[in-house]
Ligand binder design. Sequence first.
Ligand SMILES: Nc1ncnc2c1ncn2[C@@H]1O[C@H](COP(=O)(O)OP(=O)(O)OP(=O)(O)O)[C@@H](O)[C@H]1O
Length: 617
Amino acid sequence: MSSSSKRRRVERSPTPTYNLDDDYEPYIPVAQRRKEKLAKLTSWTGPTTQTTVNKRQELEDNEDVEREEERMREIERRERTLLVEAQEVLSRKAAEDAQKTELEKAQEADAEILAAIKSRRKLASDLELARGISYTESLKTRHISCSFLWRPPRYIRERSYNEHERIREKYHVIVEGEDVPPPIERFVDMKVPEPLIEHFKSNRIVSPTPIQLQGIPAAFSGRDLIGIAFTGSGKTLCFCLPLIMMALEEETKLPFIRGEGPVGVILCPSRELANQTYENVVSWCSALAKSGKYPQLNTLLCIGGISMRDQSHVMNKGLHIVIATPGRLIDMLEKKRFTFNNCKYLCMDEADRMIDLGFEDDVRNIMSFFTAQRQTLLFSATMPKKIQDFAQQSLIRPVLVNVGRAGAANLDVLQVVEYVKQEAKMVYLLECLQKTAPPVIVFSENKNEVDDIQEYLLLKGVEAVAIHGSKTQEERQYAIKSFKSGAKDVMVASGVASKGLDFNDIQHVIIFTMPKEIEDYVHQIGRTGRSGKTGIATTFVNMNTPEPTLLDLKYLLLEAGQKVPPFLSTIEDPQGGFMKGCAVCGGLGHSVVNCPKREDAQRRLLASHRGNDDKGY
Ligand SMILES: Nc1ncnc2c1ncn2[C@@H]1O[C@H](COP(=O)(O)OP(=O)(O)OP(=O)(O)O)[C@@H](O)[C@H]1O
């Protein structure tokens, strides 16, 4: 310590009580120090000398100390107040919580989780997000049959809003969105080309199904669309027809040459589904071309496991339509085998599965290849609220067309649920196969179990084929082809074959192992009871089936007016069912908080962070 500072201290202290040590600094109360400071300040009236400078310096030092002390006291005061406030809030919340019912608490927790989900990035491409591009107007689509913007016939346009609503009610169609185009009950009034109408008739497609009578006019009007309708209700035609019409219009205006196109792309979550959609589009396009009145459209199937060289004849011409699975499509776009520079139409079939964790980034990546505005359509039989909300953020003036509750089972399927012990399942399966004539599909969630079931059935003399994700593409194609042609009676399948595949007249679906997620169950039983026909679904459950899944099943059966077996009806449900459906998976027996799908997604996410991503198949 310098001698000058020692001096200052002696001067500052008016009544030093102890003077045993020069370094000793007695404590002076703050109030007293303030008083002294004030006295000194008032005595400084003379000219500025070295002494006054020193005095001023001394006072400034003192002020710094005081300010610091005061600041610390203020922080302490604030911390104490915050602590008290936090305690008060907690005890108030505890008192409020005590008054809430279990259902209210669950609803609050759901809302919190949903808010977190909603804050996820929009489903626009990274490029669009980076550039801040957002479109506000729907795409203006022209139509081959009228060479101007498509619109319904005058007599339909002149109908009142109430008349449109009456038609919607008649077909159980619910719509949401601004200025929704009217429903149209006849293909001819939709201005579908006559050769196509004839072709439909030869395939027993006479009048539009509910999703078609509202979905097609909305899509023809260029509107972005979310289409939700039960399994087997004709969604494929609903999203393929608008693209075919768009491509016809473009080709007629100016024929495509090599390297041009596509006009639009349809994305599917599995190769089998893509292949089936491709076959439909090809048959509809050739019906048009065969009439001689319309040009030939070129369609490319772009899926993994096949050689693209086999389709070089398509690639050598202008390309109108691409039907694809995400992985192969990204590969082709990155290799610049074709571009999306003129692509105006993007449809996702089984869109919930696409947007779900596994494919979300792929979809974003695909969107980044679009260079101009597009029309976007999302279709599925199951579309939980979470996916609807998330998707809607990314669509432009979307129209939502809903036939029945999203995720509800097809009412043309008789659902039978049986309690079968694990070790008795195989034997009982044989018995179940006697219930109906073939063809029958047996579902299991596990690839090894699929193989075991097929082996057992073959040993028992049943003509069975198997399909799952570890089979080669040839094996998968063989299984589907021989089953579709009727050469094989039974197909044993993992989830891969459940969504979207349209087999002719399946009599019976047997669910050997109940899937954890009720959406998968809805898709699996939906392989029967298609396009207005009826079918049976038998499901085996036992003590290995998780309780939330059993509750979902119970409420799904109740909703569909089906018989609920005693072992299901006696399961206690603390919350009394969620009749609107869990917002994440659509299940009626649980809330978002204990949703098996969300738990699964979180597990997958964790696994992927550990570099162990398993995308299902
Ligand atoms: N308007 C119609 N009238 C009669 N049958 C139709 C009509 N439209 C489509 N179909 C037939 O209904 C069957 C099911 O159609 P599709 O595969 O499009 O159903 P989906 O709604 O996509 O089912 P999923 O949700 O299981 O994929 C097909 O065989 C199809 O030919």
